[in-house]
Design a protein around this ligand. Sequence first.
Ligand SMILES: [Ca+2]
Ligand SMILES: [Ca+2]
Ligand SMILES: [Ca+2]
Ligand SMILES: [Ca+2]
Length: 442
Amino acid sequence: MQVRSLVSPQSVRRPPLDLGPHVPGEVIVRLKTGTALREEDMKILEGAGAMEVERLDFPATETSGPQAPILRIKLNERTSVAEAIAELLRDPAVLYAVPNNTYELQGRPTVTNDPVSPNDLHTRLWGLHNPGGGTSVADADIDAPEAWAIGTGSRNGPLVAILDTGADYNHPDLNANIWTNPGEVAGDGIDNDSNGVIDDVRGYNAFANNGNPMDGHSHGTHVAGTIGAVGNNGIGVVGVNWEARMMPVKIFSDAGSTTTDAIIRGINYATRMGARVTSNSWGGGPANQAIKDAFGTSPAMHLIASGNNGRNNDLTPTYPAGYDLDNIISVGSSTKAERMSSFSNYGATSVDLVAPGSDIYSTTPNGRYGSMSGTSMATPHVSGAVALLLSEEPDLTNAQVRSRLLAAVDTFAAYQGKTVTGGRLNVAKLLQNATDLVERGD
Ligand SMILES: [Ca+2]
Ligand SMILES: [Ca+2]
Ligand SMILES: [Ca+2]
Ligand SMILES: [Ca+2]
């Protein structure tokens, strides 16, 4: 017996009804084939109202090879974004056409810069080592001191791209652990290493498309300190890694907003420069196929904040954490009392694990220190743990990193049914590997 399908054909591609917040008069377009932008492609774009075309091509990798063109087009005044997308989707040469969606930082953490002398600071790093007392639960931490008995990180270790508001690379507790581009000469106005960016010595400003990733906000500097503030140097704080190789990629303006084209430029730069890990304390807004493809093309492991809406991501996905890619890990936030942070998004199938994110003390610009809360602060604990693991075991694949990371959690009822693992990061278990673990009391 034949079953007749009542489903209509899938071949008609329609633009989404809700385009989400986006840059007016701009569209991101990906073509299907070829690596060159041909004359007939230009005709298609002009037919859809394009006035200006910028290439945002994904870098070729060993697995992907050369990539089909991806373009940011600026439209003439007569054409709306919805009209242009509808027109482009009618052409079989177009793989997809999406808005240049805009995104915000994950929450707006408040900063309290602290004037207290450096010798007092270690007691505030409860996420690394929590002795208990007050509202704190002893050992509600990632067991960093136990991990440091195995390794403390390396300045020749994995390149960690921090996609954020930049970083204060002159901070005395960060400077030595910020990547220096070996192929670039500072201040000569020349792109010495021919990577498309002039004078990108300490990272990249993808938002303004220049070589200076200085942080005028504070969020990215705080994230960097959790991953790799210089350890055992007698000042400030210690990161999960005492030594690290962190590359600030500034995808946000100093006001904390960004666009799809800046995000793609930032991810592509990280890919091109060989990032092994990316740390992403941002999200919200609509799914965007071009951003998903930029993450998917990159061979790096991507640690991504689950979001600060206090909601279930299984029901209402948050992006980029929610993109279904093997190299993305979604991170929720825990408190010093071993509870889910009230602001943290959760999800039994969509949030992989939690890490300390409430009341986190770290570096802030101009040589200062302060506390912030958010899944933004939880994510760099995991990024730092993955970097520490890869500095010890550089040959691990992404699949191995994922399975090691998700096995090396401390499980608690508070995280059951709210995360895939039901647990909180434990970096000592991660480095020890779960098989020969000896449980410790603190
Ligand atoms: Ca501990
Ligand atoms: Ca350069
Ligand atoms: Ca130069
Ligand atoms: Ca320090």
